[in-house]
Structure formats: C-alpha cells, structure tokens
Ligand binder design. Structure first.
Ligand code: PLP
Length: 392
C-alpha cells in the first residue's frame, strides 16, 4: 500500500481478513471492469441475476459439493453482523427457542442480536440497552489447560435446574479473531457439535474471519468431522473487499420465508462477479492451500523469534491467522506502532489488545512475507530493548 506521501507499506492486516486474496486481484478486477463496462446490472435487490446464478453454481460445485454439504445459500445484508443476525433468527425460528449459547471472547458483530453474543465489554457498552437471550459459556482453554470447558457445558445442558434455557443454537468461532486468536481444539469443537445435536440446538459456526482459507482450508472446520447446521461468511467471501454477507443453512432448517430477513442490499451484484472469480481461481484446486500451509510455517517461525525475546510470550491462532501474546496491550501496541513506522501495517487483538496479530493476505509472495516478518521482528527487538531500558 502507498500513503499520500508516497511511502510504501506491507499489509499484514488485509482488511481484517476481508482481503485474503490481496488488494486488487487482477482477474477479479478485470471481471468486474468487464461487468461494469458491459452495462451489467449493478443492483438487483435479491432477484436472480446472471452474476448471482454464476456465483451460486461455482460455489456449489467447488465448495459445497466436494464436502458433501447440502446447505442452501441465503444472501443477507452486506455485513458479517447481518449474517450472524440472520443465523440467530433462523435458529430461533427453526427450534421455537430463544436462548443462544455463545462463548467468552467471542466476537460476532455489533448489531443488537450479534452484539448480545459478543463478549467484549467495550462494544457491549455501546448498545444502550440490555442484550438478551444469550448464555455465555467459557471457550476452550478459558479455565486453563486442565479444565475441559465442555464438561461444564454438558453438565449445565443436562441439568434441568442449571438455569440455562434450552438453546436454539450454539454459536462459535473455531478461532476467535477479535478475541485474541484463541483456537479451539478439533476435539472440543466436535464435542460441542455433539452436545448441540443431543440437545436439539443448531450448531452455528461463525466463519466470517476464520473462513475463506484463513486457517488453511476454505472452511475453518474442514477435516474436523463436523457439519454445522449454519455457517456465516462475509469479509473475504467477495474476494475483492466488496461487501457481501452469506449464510449457509441445512435445507431442513431453511425456515425463513421469502424476504422475511429483508435488506435492500442482499446480494451485491459486483461482489457476486468477484466472488465467482475468487472461488474459480483459488478453490478449484489445492494450490492456494499448499501455499498457505508453507506461508503459515514462515509466520510461525517469525512469531517464535519474537516470543523468544519476551518472557512469558506465546503463540496463538492457526494457519495464517496467527499472533503472539506479549502479555501487555502497551507492549503489543508499541511493537505495531514501531512496525508501522518501518513500513508494516499490523494490528493487535485480544481482550486487552495484548496479541500482535498477523493477517497477511494468503496470496502474499514469500519474499514480501519474509520482509514483513523481518520488520516485525526488528520492531519487537527495538521495542523490547527500550522496555528493558525503561524497566532498569
Ligand atoms: N463475526 C466475526 C467472527 C468477525 O470477526 C466479525 C468482524 O470482525 C463479524 C462477525 C462482524 O462482521 P462485520 O464487521 O462485517 O459486521
């Protein structure tokens, strides 16, 4: 990226995972320009358009079919929060229940329903009203490595006097993006999925940040042996940074009437054009997945170097959604600020902003990735030596 003064930056934020395929992918750009130049429809409400049909066909053939997923595609308003709202509404309507179980440090958006499921007190404080009908449970690892938080969830669901109302849904991120890159184990996720089934609740995986290849495979739950009842996608689903929200729902739970979850911008035609190219280009074979696995190893090595400089620091996340918990928001913020001065855009995450979080584009070249990692390592070295001097 280049700023107004002409300074160049490497982008390790990638639109907070909205630009998994980088900025201005040439093939998406060309398809979009062709569509616009050819007087293609720009806005079609939720009606059928050629662009929408082509995206649906491509998504079903390349993403759903190979995974034996029979989910319907529901296009919602153009944000992640709207996808979560729709998912919660579907679960409530399908089950006739109101309660949704969500987890500590979960982030699902800031509209009222999604915010009720979001843990962060700063965002919750902006609601200006009570946030209801969500039961908060501890995420995997929240009580330390020795305590399986699924045991608590199982016990409370089983106990008619636990005070927990029967849930319409259990809603979770497999890796908590905003909440500090907490990555749940596949075993914990499979157990939660089983508990949802046993107790008549729908399993909603919020893959808005962790999906679209961010953790390595298209869905963050691939190869975990689970089939969520509902999946929410947004951010990188359009591939080009254009707004698009998508809910995948099993046919038996597809209970919303036509336009019942309304929205003028359901299905953004320009986003359909780029989203189709993104799926065709990156998910019709395994090349991107191989690249991501190699680049994820580079990121891990870089972060290990940083962790080694800071007592108590440790790595978090999975795939290309990785970070290092440096124990203090001040330290993490200083490292990111220093890196920015040296030409790297990188952010923090976590309840106290204590995690330096790398969300580089999945398509970044190995050379640029290495260069960015070196800037971050140098920033950490310089900031930690200043911290030491200050401490002495
Ligand atoms: N869900 C998750 C997991 C997210 O990370 C986010 C945004 O960061 C959202 C939902 C909300 O998406 P949006 O900001 O597009 O409303």
């Amino acid at each position: 990226m280049t700023d107004t003064a002409g300074r160049r930056y490497i982008d390790f934020l990638a639109g907070c995972s909205s630009l998994n395929y980088g900025h201005n992918d040439p093939d998406m750009k060309a398809a979009l320009i062709d569509h616009i130049a050819g007087d293609g429809i720009a806005h079609g409400l939720d009606m059928h358009t050629e662009a929408k049909g082509a995206f649906i066909e491509t998504f079903e053939a390349n993403i759903l079919k190979p995974r034996d997923m029979d989910h319907k595609l529901m296009f919602v308003g153009p944000t992640g929060a709207n996808a979560v709202e729709a998912a919660m509404k579907i679960a409530r309507k399908a089950t006739g229940r109101t309660n949704v179980i969500a987890f500590t440090n979960g982030f699902h958006g800031v509209t009222q329903g999604a915010l009720a499921a979001t843990g962060n007190s700063y965002h919750r404080g902006g609601a200006g009203t009570t946030l209801n009908n969500v039961t908060r449970m501890p995420y995997d690892g929240y009580m330390g490595a020795e305590f399986d938080t699924c045991d608590l969830l199982a016990a409370m669901l089983k106990d008619a006097s636990s005070g927990m109302d029967a849930p319409a849904a259990i809603l979770l991120e497999t890796v908590q993006g905003e909440g500090g890159l907490n990555a749940a184990s596949p075993e914990w996720i499979a157990r939660v999925a089983q508990l949802a089934r046993d107790h008549g609740a729908l399993l909603i995986i919020d893959d808005i940040q962790a999906g679209c290849g961010r953790t390595g495979s298209f869905f963050s739950f691939d190869e975990m042996g689970i089939t969520p009842d509902i999946v929410t996608l947004a951010k990188s689903v359009s591939g080009f940074g254009l707004p698009m929200g998508l809910v995948l729902v099993r046919p038996e739970h597809d209970v919303m009437g036509p336009a019942e979850h309304n929205g003028t911008f359901r299905g953004n035609t320009h986003a359909f054009v780029t989203a189709r190219v993104a799926i065709q280009k990156f998910w019709s074979d395994g090349r991107l997945q191989e690249d991501v696995s190699r680049r994820a190893a580079m990121v891990e090595d870089g972060l290990k170097t940083i962790a080694a400089m800071i007592p108590g620091a440790y790595l978090k996340g999975r795939g290309m959604m990785r970070g290092v918990d440096v124990g203090s928001g001040d330290l993490a913020g200083n490292i990111c600020a220093h890196a920015f001065c040296e030409g790297l855009i990188v952010e923090t995450s976590g309840p106290n902003d204590e995690v330096v979080k790398i969300l580089a584009p999945l398509t970044i070249s190995d050379a640029t990735l290495g260069k960015g990692l070196n800037i971050l390592i140098d920033a950490a070295r310089s900031v930690t030596s200043n911290f030491k001097v200050a401490a002495e």
